[in-house]
Design a protein around this ligand. Structure first.
Ligand SMILES: *Cc1c(COP(=O)(O)O)cnc(C)c1O
Length: 231
């Protein structure tokens, strides 16, 4: 399947999930997760209408997206993998949003480096909802403290939450993970009502329809977009 056909197929599935759950299609953003894929494929996805891309590793993203963004300046790029402190400065020059903010020391680092630049940085707090993955804040108290920390830096802009569901075939467990992200979001909204909590980044190739049914506003799709073309 060509990337353009894969995008069309994914969009149909998004639409069906929206109809099933009474949601508005316009609320759901489709991110192309381009880790392990080259510039040629990223360009194909761009021509199929994808404008938002996600990468897991800073170095790989630098190699591909510094040239790509020069050619396609409307590209938006998010970091979705763990960020080491020694890569923070490089990351700031490339990503519009860091989705994988999972510890307070990283917020301090991002906040300090962005204080002297004129461009604000978007932040999603990553919440731990699945047993297998180790990343993410472990509970709501940690999210509250992280929120206060983000608010103390002028150039960090909170945009919402991100999670990875457990890697399992058990759809009830996946759904429960997404529901716990929604529940955390609701508590944050009442505790910090003036912040922007509108982005709920949840759902990947295997589980994005469940994520949409549960309220996702941003799905992160790699395999279904880039890697199933030979199947
Ligand atoms: C790789 C990755 C994705 C995409 O996963 P697929 O199953 O290939 O769609 C989404 N989110 C994160 C955080 C990832 O690391």
């Amino acid at each position: 399947m060509a990337i353009i056909d894969a995008v069309a197929r994914i969009q149909e599935r998004i639409q069906e999930a929206c109809i099933r759950s009474g949601r508005n299609l316009a609320e759901i953003q489709l991110m192309g997760v381009s880790k392990f894929h080259g510039i040629g494929e990223i360009e194909e996805a761009w021509h199929a209408g994808i404008r938002l891309f996600g990468e897991s590793r800073v170095q790989e993203a630098v190699e591909k997206f510094i040239p790509f963004k020069r050619q396609y300046p409307e590209t938006e790029l998010h970091l979705i993998g763990s960020l080491q402190r020694n890569k923070v400065k490089t990351a700031l020059s490339l990503f519009e949003v860091i989705q994988s903010v999972d510890r307070e020391v990283l917020i301090s680092e991002l906040g300090t480096w962005t204080t002297t630049q004129d461009k604000p940085l978007g932040i999603l707090l990553e919440f731990h909802t699945g047993e297998e993955s180790k990343s993410g804040f472990p509970d709501e108290e940690h999210l509250y403290r992280a929120t206060e920390k983000v608010l103390s830096y002028p150039n960090l802009v909170l945009r919402g939450l991100m999670t990875m569901a457990p890697y399992t075939d058990d759809r009830a467990r996946i759904r429960a993970a997404f529901r716990s992200l929604v529940s955390a979001r609701d508590k944050l909204v009442s505790r910090f009502p003036s912040c922007d909590w509108s982005c709920l980044s949840m759902g990947m190739s295997q589980d994005f329809e469940i994520a949409i049914e549960e309220g996702s506003t941003l799905i992160r799709i790699g395999t279904a977009l880039f890697a199933e073309r030979d199947l």
